[in-house]
Every structure is written in structure tokens, then in C-alpha cells.
Design a protein around this ligand. Structure first.
Ligand SMILES: Nc1ncnc2c1ncn2[C@@H]1O[C@H](COP(=O)(O)OP(=O)(O)OP(=O)(O)O)[C@@H](O)[C@H]1O
Ligand SMILES: [Mg+2]
Length: 332
């Protein structure tokens, strides 16, 4: 995809989230920097437990309580630093300017209320839609996300819908207020391939209309190749590489990214889920010194195992940002 995007809608700097538990307090999201432009889709990939969902939740200041705490960082959305807002102000921003499609659609719809009333609630909270139009607007949103017979489904409870339909209903709640930014956390994992494709086309269509920025959390490089403009690779709570998708696919800098991509059969054909790499990521409460990937990295030496790696820049030919945190970036 060759689109160029100019206006920054979301700028994240130094975002750090800690978790407290039996093992004391440990860092689960560390010093995350992300930039998202209007109309752009940023893929966030990484193995299970690397901190992708927690990063998304931190952006909305919705980290699981009481275990998690945002310890540092700034999240500037359309010129407003979300970290400086009161909880009341933050409630106004959520849904209206930034919303998240949660990883588990079961938990993001309330089982005790109809789907229509949950869309209506989001609209009532965040838009000027007159009360008497809420139901019609909810039906319209369901129609937008291609739920069949929306006039009937508007009165359905979540358990009366199929998984795919529920996922689209979650999407309807998230987009109902046309936010500037949507974080879609594995929104298609529970869907079959055809419905996945439909759902992704739908998000893209909405994005073209409204210019929203999307952060797409996924394990699936096929989806990354199809829908994402830029990619951020997460490992053990850190972003280890970020850059334009095409550039990263062609010239990954970080050995972890390279390892992820090397097991992907064909970049432009069938691409599967993230393959497994030898070894397992460290538990976040017991991360190694130096580079967090060093115990699994074929290139690691003494320095990698002991010193925090620097950020190495290798801008794309068009000048766009591409960097990795590594002592031995491969493609430079
Ligand atoms: N509510 C919670 N209480 C305690 N620890 C948590 C909680 N939520 C997440 N964590 C921890 O934070 C870390 C990051 O979790 P997160 O859900 O962000 O991973 P992820 O990258 O989204 O993984 P997946 O690909 O499996 O969805 C994990 O080690 C997890 O154990
Ligand atoms: Mg997750």
C-alpha cells in the first residue's frame, strides 16, 4: 500500500505499565513509542503474553485493576494528553474519540442487555443523537456492519447471536461514535475465514469514509500484509521494531522480526499465523538483562546479554520511520 498519511492523530511516548501480584511489581509494557496518522492502520504483532492487549488498554487508561498501573508516558490524541485528563474527562473521550474492540467479544457485550440498547447507550453517551432517534440509529449501525435483519436483531441479546454476528455487533458499538482511533484487538480470531475477510473489508470501508486511525492487534501476518500500512513488533513488553510493512517484510532489522518472518511461507501468498520460534519468551516478571530476546537470539553476544540495546534507525526510501532496538540489526 502506497498511501501517504500526514496528520498525526495519536502519539504515544514512553508508555510504561506495571503489574503487581504475588511476584511483586513488574513491568509488562515498557517505554512504548507509537505514532499513528489519520487514515492509517498500524499492525501490532508479537507472541502471546508480549503485552499487546495491555498496551491497547493502557491507551484508553482501562488497565485491569487493581493489578495494573500506568507508571509513565504520554498518550496524545488529537492534541490532548490523555494522561492529564480526569477520569470523568477520560470517560468522555472513550468511545467518542478512541475506542477498542476487545479481544474477547463475549466480555465486551453485556449479556443482560440487548445489542441495540448497548449501541444506543454508546450513542447517548457520546453523541447528540436525540433520544427518540437512538433506536433507529442503532438499527442503522447494525446494518452498516452487515448484521442481517437489523430491525429484529436490535432487540436480540448477545447469546442469541452467532459468534460472527456478535463480533460485528461489538464493532458497531465501537464505531457508533465515529472515533478518531480504533484499537481492534484480534477482532477476527474467532471468525471463519470468509467472515474475517468481510469484517476486515468493513473496517477498511469505514476507515476510508471517516479517516480513522486503526491499531490492529493480530497474530496473522496475512492480515498484516493485507490491511496494515505500518507494523510494530512487540517482544516481552517492548516495541523492538517499527516501520512500513513493505520495508519490514523486505528488510527486517531485528533478529526477532526476521525469525517471525522467516517461517512465513510466502509473503504475498498464503500466510499463516505467527510461527513458533525456538524457546519461549521470558515471563515478564523475570526478564533477562540487556536485550530481552538475547536468550533466544542466534546472534547474541556478551553485550547483548548485559546491556540494553540502542535504537537503530534505518529510514525507508521515502523517508518514513523504521527503527529497531538491537545491538546487531541485520539488514543495515
Ligand atoms: N488482569 C491481569 N492481571 C495480572 N496480569 C495480567 C493481567 N492482564 C494481563 N496480565 C499480564 O500482562 C502480560 C501481557 O498480557 P497481554 O494480555 O497484554 O498479552 P498479549 O500480547 O495481548 O497476549 P495474547 O496474544 O495472548 O493476547 C501477561 O504476562 C499477562 O500475564
Ligand atoms: Mg491480547
Amino acid at each position: 500500500m502506497k498511501d501517504t498519511f500526514t496528520e498525526t492523530v495519536l502519539e504515544v511516548r514512553g508508555l510504561t505499565t506495571t503489574i503487581s501480584g504475588k511476584r511483586g511489581e513488574f513491568t509488562a509494557v515498557e517505554n512504548v513509542d507509537l505514532t499513528l496518522k489519520r487514515g492509517e492502520t498500524l499492525g501490532l504483532v508479537g507472541e502471546s503474553g508480549s503485552g499487546k492487549s495491555l498496551t491497547g488498554l493502557s491507551l484508553l487508561r482501562l488497565v485491569p485493576k487493581p493489578a495494573a498501573r500506568i507508571a509513565a508516558g504520554s498518550v496524545v490524541l488529537d492534541g490532548i494528553d490523555l494522561m492529564s485528563l480526569t477520569e470523568d474527562q477520560m470517560r468522555q473521550v472513550r468511545g467518542r474519540k478512541i475506542s477498542m474492540i476487545l479481544q474477547d467479544p463475549q466480555t465486551s457485550l453485556n449479556p443482560s442487555f440487548t445489542v441495540g440498547s448497548q449501541i444506543a447507550e454508546a450513542l447517548a453517551l457520546h453523541t447528540d443523537t436525540p433520544r427518540k432517534s437512538l433506536r433507529d440509529k442503532a438499527i442503522e449501525m447494525l446494518r452498516r456492519v452487515r448484521v442481517a435483519a437489523p430491525e429484529h436483531r436490535v432487540d436480540a441479546y448477545p447469546h442469541q447471536m452467532s459468534g460472527g454476528m456478535r463480533q460485528r455487533a461489538v464493532g458497531a458499538v465501537a464505531i457508533s461514535c465515529a472515533p478518531d482511533v480504533i484499537i481492534a484487538d484480534e477482532p477476527t480470531t474467532s471468525l471463519d475465514v470468509t467472515v474475517q475477510a468481510q469484517y476486515i473489508r468493513l473496517l477498511q470501508e469505514l476507515q476510508r469514509e471517516s479517516g480513522m486511525g486503526i491499531i490492529f492487534i493480530t497474530h496473522d501476518f496475512g492480515i498484516v500484509a493485507k490491511v496494515c500500512h505500518r507494523l510494530a513488533v512487540m517482544y516481552a513488553g517492548q516495541i523492538v521494531e517499527t516501520g512500513p510493512v513493505a520495508q519490514i517484510f523486505d528488510q527486517p532489522l531485528h533478529p526477532y522480526t526476521r525469525a517471525l518472518l522467516s517461517s512465513v511461507p510466502k509473503l504475498h501468498g498464503q500466510i499463516g499465523r505467527l510461527p513458533s520460534i525456538e524457546g519461549t519468551p521470558p515471563p515478564l516478571w523475570d526478564r533477562p538483562r540487556g536485550c530481552k530476546f538475547s536468550p533466544r537470539c542466534p546472534l547474541a553476544d556478551h553485550r547483548c546479554r548485559n546491556e540494553e540495546p540502542p535504537t537503530v534507525d534505518s529510514p525507508a526510501p521515502d523517508g518514513s520511520e523504521h527503527w529497531a532496538r538491537c545491538w546487531k540489526p541485520e539488514a543495515i
